[in-house]
Design a protein around this ligand. Sequence first.
Ligand code: GLV
Length: 309
Amino acid sequence: MKILFVSPDPRPERWINLLEAALPQAEWIVWHPELPCQEADYALVWQPPEILFKKEPQLKAIFNLGAGVDALLKLSKLPKSLPIYRLEDAGMSAQMAEYLIHQVAEITRVMPVYRQQQQDKVWRMQSPCRRHEWPIGFLGMGQIAQKAAKAFSLLEYPVAGWSRSEKRIEGIDSYYGDDQITKFVQRSRILINTLPLTSQTQGFLNQSLFDQLPEKSIVINVGRGQHLNEMDLLNALEYGRVSHAILDVFSEEPLPKTHPFWNHPKITLTPHISAPTLRDETVKQIAEKIQKLASGEVISGQVDRNRGY
Ligand code: GLV
């Protein structure tokens, strides 16, 4: 069995060592565009170039080294019938929950004020957080969002999720479908976007949505940069209902140095680190899946090409 590793990672040997240990019966190849056809069975990919699919038309399946497959599905040479599997959790949901709790607590527990007080040697208690004033809403209720939603619910914040179809999760109010989006947004003072990027969700975070939020809302984007209309956000921060935005993803990454988001006083930004792919967990998950697939078993995590995730 031949398997390609296709990634812009500058140190692919860190992956190959683990992959060889997890699946020693396979021949692992670090692919680059100059290689002739390897007749490979499978490929592990992150943002692969189009030419991979021209050179290796016999691939039986590919494994995406992340949760989001938007970059992959944009490739026109990606064969329509090629099965794609994406990472399922693989350590991402705990990291995401932690990132979101950190960012939300910064605001609800007024941490910037306490940091300033420390600078000024001021010992003063600010008003405690009243959780009912901070209803949290998750746009998208996939595996990664669910862990964070449950964590916030345990911390006794009011939590709701909106998804295409109804999701019944203890402690989380479920909203679904186009009919319920307005009601959902109107109750979500902290709006967290975890949607997959598809043609339907591109530009979802826009003026008309921001206008429906409660006053003094917080918008957090950990989905994809293309979900957000950047001008609309800047407007909503200036004149509208959004008082702060926390952004981990951008339509252009790295974010250009001249971008107005960098030094905006009402924007906190991080460089796409909310839930990075973890090598150990990823290798374990993919090695198990390849073994099952090779022995004819059905495996989970297959991308629905019509749905786009
Ligand atoms: C990260 O953005 C991922 O899609 O896993």
